[in-house]
Write a protein that binds this ligand. Structure first.
Ligand SMILES: Nc1ncnc2c1ncn2[C@@H]1O[C@H](COP(=O)(O)OP(=O)(O)OP(=O)(O)O)[C@@H](O)[C@H]1O
Ligand SMILES: [Mg+2]
Length: 192
């Protein structure tokens, strides 16, 4: 029985079973979509969430210090390799709105024969813009719009056929007051 009110829709699949393989979930969504918030609520079934913002904050001047991105990506790659080698699932918490960005995580998954799952966080652009504007350090509005447009144009079929994701899921997280999840080890969504 589902233990959360976040509903995932499967948009595309390569048809191969995932059974027994570790999962690399790649979140996709513009700033303010609620990816990190989703990780906080879904962490119990997302495996270990690795945040590019957190790595940039550790290695650079702050979460949005783009000059720290190469080092942050390398750091998160190493963490993901170590976790997958130990048999854990990982979720990559970053905007990942371009194929080039996603290819990094697909390569990590491939090396461990893990299944890569794209999780598109489909928060309405207006909501993402409003949430971003309310932050202490908002990213430029134009960036939220550009990234939101890229997400709107994504093709689930392309993510599977061209980028070689095993599955593509989409979800629209509800308002925080309605976000809840209770760990249920038997939940069918833990590994699919
Ligand atoms: N479901 C929600 N209901 C209400 N507020 C939310 C929800 N999800 C996120 N927020 C708020 O919106 C803001 C952005 O959320 P969050 O940091 O999770 O976005 P993000 O997708 O991780 O953005 P970024 O890509 O910049 O890291 C935060 O202030 C957060 O508290
Ligand atoms: Mg975030």
């Amino acid at each position: 029985m589902p233990s959360t009110n976040i509903e995932y829709a499967e948009l595309a699949s390569n048809g191969k079973p995932i059974d027994g393989r570790a999962l690399v979930r790649v979140l996709i969504g513009p700033p303010g979509a609620g990816k990190t918030t989703l990780c906080e609520h879904e962490g119990w079934r997302f495996g270990t969430c690795l945040s590019l913002d957190a790595a940039r904050a550790d290695l650079g001047a702050g979460a949005h210090d783009q000059t720290a991105t190469p080092a942050a990506v390398e750091h998160v790659e190493l963490q993901a390799h170590a976790l997958l080698a130990a048999g854990a699932d990982v979720t990559i918490d970053a905007t990942s709105t371009t194929a080039a960005e996603r290819s990094t995580w697909l390569a990590v998954a491939k090396e461990h024969e893990a299944a890569a799952v794209a999780v598109i966080v489909r928060t309405p652009l207006e909501t993402a813009l409003a949430r971003n504007a309310g932050r202490a350090q908002p990213v430029p509005e134009a960036v939220v719009k550009l990234f939101g447009q890229r997400v709107a144009l994504l093709s689930a079929a392309d993510l599977v056929k061209k980028e070689h994701f095993s599955r593509v899921w989409a979800c629209t997280p509800p308002e925080r007051a309605s976000l809840r999840s209770v760990p249920q080890p038997w939940d069918g969504l833990a590994r699919r």
